[in-house]
Design a protein around this ligand. Structure first.
Ligand code: NDP
Ligand code: 8X3
Length: 254
């Protein structure tokens, strides 16, 4: 595909960072966002040097609607024409029954995964509508299709992403804007470290005994979706480790 401007939220780690690598190596101009400014700066420098692409790094929290609007409403001219938005920033916080859950964890998940996605999308969609082109790729999950024990609130946020993706697709249909839901199973990133509030042993145990997806595996799927010709949309992609049948069935060998 011709060179595009691609905005990736949550590019400081995991799937977002792998997407940045994937789009950069294919020669696309990037806008990378996240809260950890050191990582953003390092990644931007690395990609600029390695692939000679333009990179704009933007530090903001997608939960902060005012800041998100301010930053995305004042993009430098060269970055205003966004062709692809990858709504990737997201997290799970905690894993427990509802009555034992921490309401602060609920707020983090709902505010990031649902409202954060909306905060970013509302700033990017008008330009796409004006240009009658664009592609929004949302990070759903197997957790947006099924629920699993103690996953209640995280699963609810990813079910919301599924609904928002379908809703956006209908609303944006007259404007030739593609909307894709990419739904991975288990991917070994910082996801579980964040979910278990920094407990590395618990995080590692999630991926014990089988080969999970790597962030690059998901980034390649996202790049494939983004690089289809304009008349082709991948609406919904469920991508799983071979050792995972659904949200709860894993084949562990070790
Ligand atoms: P990581 O924890 O490795 O990366 C998450 C990214 O999101 C980081 O760059 C982080 O940046 C960013 N982020 C989190 N909260 C915020 C915030 N409030 N504002 C801005 N950026 C934020 O996780 P993954 O790469 O695994 O997750 C990426 C997406 O993929 C998520 O939406 C997740 O739900 C989804 N997913 C993950 C799966 C998995 O098994 N790993 C499976 C299915 C879906 P920073 O902290 O610097 O702000
Ligand atoms: C992340 C995958 O199965 O932990 O969305 O919910 S899972």
């Amino acid at each position: 595909m011709k060179s595009k401007t691609v905005l990736i939220t949550g590019a400081t780690a995991g799937i977002g960072e792998a997407c940045a690598q994937e789009f950069a190596q294919n020669g696309h101009r990037l806008i990378l966002t996240g809260r950890r400014v050191d990582r953003l700066a390092q990644l931007s420098t690395d990609l600029q040097e390695k692939f000679q692409v333009d990179v704009l790094a933007l530090e903001f929290d997608v939960r902060d609607r005012e800041m998100t609007s301010k930053v995305l409403g004042n993009l430098p001219a060269a970055y205003q024409h966004i062709d692809v938005l990858v709504n990737n920033a997201g997290l799970a916080a905690g894993i427990s029954t509802v009555e034992n859950g921490d309401p602060e964890d609920w707020d983090r998940m709902i505010d990031t995964n649902v409202k954060g996605l909306l905060n970013v999308s509302r700033m990017i969609i008008p330009g796409m509508k004006d240009r009658q082109s664009g592609h929004i790729i949302n990070l759903g999950s197997i957790a947006g299709k099924q629920t699993y024990p103690n996953g209640n609130v995280y699963c609810a946020t990813k079910h919301a992403v599924e609904a928002l993706t379908a809703g956006m697709r209908i609303d944006l249909l007259p404007f030739k804007i593609r909307v894709t839901n990419v739904c991975p199973g288990a991917v070994e990133t910082e996801f579980s470290l964040v979910r278990f509030h920094g407990d590395a042993d618990k995080a590692r145990s999630v991926y014990r005994g089988y080969t999970p997806l790597m962030a690059k595996d998901v980034a390649e799927v996202i790049y494939f979706a983004a690089s289809r010709p304009p008349h082709v949309t991948l609406n919904d992609v469920l991508v799983m480790p071979t050792a995972q049948a659904d949200a709860t069935h894993f084949h562990r060998e070790r």
